[in-house]
Design a protein around this ligand. Sequence first.
Ligand code: GLN
Length: 310
Amino acid sequence: MTALQPLIDSIVSDMRKMEDKGRVADYIPPLAQVSPDKFGLAVVLADGQVLTGGDAEEPFSIQSISKVFTLTLALGTAGDQLWRRVSKEPSGSPFNSIVQLENEQGVPRNPFINAGAIVVSDMILARHEPREAIGQVLRLVRDLAGDDTIAIDEHVARAELETGFRNQALANYTKAFGNLHNDVDRVLGVYSHCCSITMSCRQLALAGRYLMLGGRNPETGRQVLSAHRTRRINALMMTCGHYDNSGEFAFRVGLPGKSGVGGGILVVAPGVASIAVWAPGLNAQGNSLLGSLALERLAAGAGWSVFEGG
Ligand code: GLN
């Protein structure tokens, strides 16, 4: 294994020199305004050591990475009943696609595409007010990271709701099949606010520690989720975490990961490390272009892969 800090430093300097940085998401102004030159990387090891590089302290919009945290919360409350309403198969389709919902009677392919996360948001909402449901997700993320300063960007949330016509279509279509129990606007309020959580790479990597530690939050010593369910979240991150790019990501990086359209990726080397990368420019499938490349180099350099023969 290459020494980690020099490896991180060389990845940061290589990524800064790349000419093709991908395209920053432009569907809402607060994301379109982010500089494509940003690049941050944070690694938290199982022993608690934190290593960082580049813009690792700068907060960004975690977007679909929040789907991991909402799933964690919903699994904790709904348990395995959740899988009656959301499947576990890779979609092979874009994150906001509606096509499979008709054939599959309003049961989304997995919890990491928009339709799936909207159903998960409906479960979190259950009998609560949207404000309480959003508060629960934020509390979970703050507890996991051990950082009460983590917040929701209300500008992003408002812009998401004002332009979220596809998400409205997905929610209404799911509701037509009886797989959404609450009012569409209330569910989308929860969904969009979760997408609008703002975190730095350091905070995100800290929040991901439970995924490498069999569900235990080292901050509090408490079990966030059973080891069994945590392993399953990692499996879904591997197979579905990058939409129609999940196979390529598994092939190149070999670790479970979840991307967001803000350019962040949370990655887990089970038992070894929780990693967060941020590079706002995206590839054609809406995943961070340089983030994926950086993770490929980090995993190769550090010798991390869940497919290692040992
Ligand atoms: N807020 C975005 C949406 O709902 C999240 C998508 C993503 O990060 N891939 O479209």
